[in-house]
Design a protein around this ligand. Structure first.
Ligand SMILES: [Zn+2]
Length: 320
């Protein structure tokens, strides 16, 4: 493999393909991002402009005549901030390796070439910015001697005005207590049959279409949490049905059940309580699920009574 400078005539189409792939990869980490195909042309024009303004160099990784990755270095950047003395640095603005070529040191070689160029251009610092959740990229930079400089924090302020909800035509009375009461009824049935008192119901167009309760004990099952039992009882549904559904559970859904919620794109989840146990609620919200926690006393008491007498069973249920 050869690292060489970008040749505008020859490499533009493959650079574009790389960019699209990067965007699609990051979109899996942050689904708010637009599709790669939508932004590729504008992004490339902007990248060329920045190269012209900030002493930029684009390196491509050439594998037998095929471009499998690239890195863009801007050697003359400055922060524009008063408080750091408007520090000057080189910025690695993009680095991409095609998916099928990852893990072969391509990224590392691109990074080395960019670093060498930055030194030649007289830069004293090399910076790069990365999505906090992009673990692959973080590992690459940490191995290459980079350390964290700034960390951006972000908090989602909108609940309920998300993409999934907009697509869904969920009936208005979804917070009516009759639904959580039906889930509590399920929890009690589970308890009466020797199981863990967690219940769940699924409503579509305001109508309860399925009910379920935790049956791990009763069935000797590894997956029948209340939500899974309920979804299983609902049977095979069309995507459009899940898109209008609300899932109710007496307890905050765990990793497994949250996975099923995301998989089937159920837009709204109503939780009885999350004081006994809290699943990945923030993650569900980040992924566009509207989540309501009722902090229902009956749900809480059912679990507290149960755990007081059956601590071991409960620990097993949450994988401990
Ligand atoms: Zn679960």
């Amino acid at each position: 493999m050869l690292i060489r400078k970008f040749d505008e005539d020859k490499d533009t189409p493959s650079l574009r393909d790389c960019l699209i792939e990067l965007q699609e990869f990051e979109r899996r980490v942050d689904p708010r991002m637009p599709a790669g195909e939508e932004i590729a042309d504008a992004y490339m024009s902007d990248m060329f402009l920045q190269c012209a303004m900030s002493k930029g160099t684009i390196f491509v990784a050439d594998m037998d005549g095929r471009v499998v990755g690239f890195a863009t270095l801007l050697s003359q950047c400055s922060s524009g901030e008063l408080d750091d003395g408007d520090i000057e640095f080189a910025l690695l603005s993009d680095i991409v390796v095609r998916e099928e070529c990852r893990g072969q040191g391509v990224g590392h070689q691109l990074l080395e070439s960019a670093e060498e160029q930055a030194r030649k251009d007289g830069a004293r610092w090399l910076r790069v910015s990365v999505l906090a959740r992009n673990k692959l990229a973080r590992e690459l930079y940490e191995k290459a001697g980079f350390s964290e400089l700034y960390i951006d924090f972000e908090k989602a302020l909108t609940k309920g005005t998300n993409e999934m909800r907009d697509r869904a035509a969920v009936s208005d009375d979804y917070l009516d207590s009759k639904y959580i009461d039906a889930a509590i009824q399920q929890a009690k049935e589970g308890l009466a049959s020797g199981g863990i008192p967690i219940g769940s119901v699924l409503a579509i167009d305001g109508e309860i279409v399925a009910r379920g309760h935790n049956r791990r004990v009763q069935k000797g099952s590894s997956v029948l949490h209340a939500e899974m039992d309920c979804l299983e009882n609902a049977g095979r549904l069309a995507a459009a049905d899940y898109g209008r559904a609300v899932l109710y559970s007496t307890l905050s859904p765990c990793d497994m059940c949250s996975g099923a919620i995301l998989l089937y794109k159920i837009p709204i989840v109503v939780v009885g309580e999350n004081r006994t146990f809290q699943g990945p609620e923030e993650y569900l919200q980040q992924r566009g699920v509207e989540l309501h926690v009722l902090d229902n006393a009956e749900c809480f008491d059912l679990m507290q009574d149960f755990i007081a007498h059956n601590g071991e069973l409960w620990n097993e249920d949450v994988g401990e």
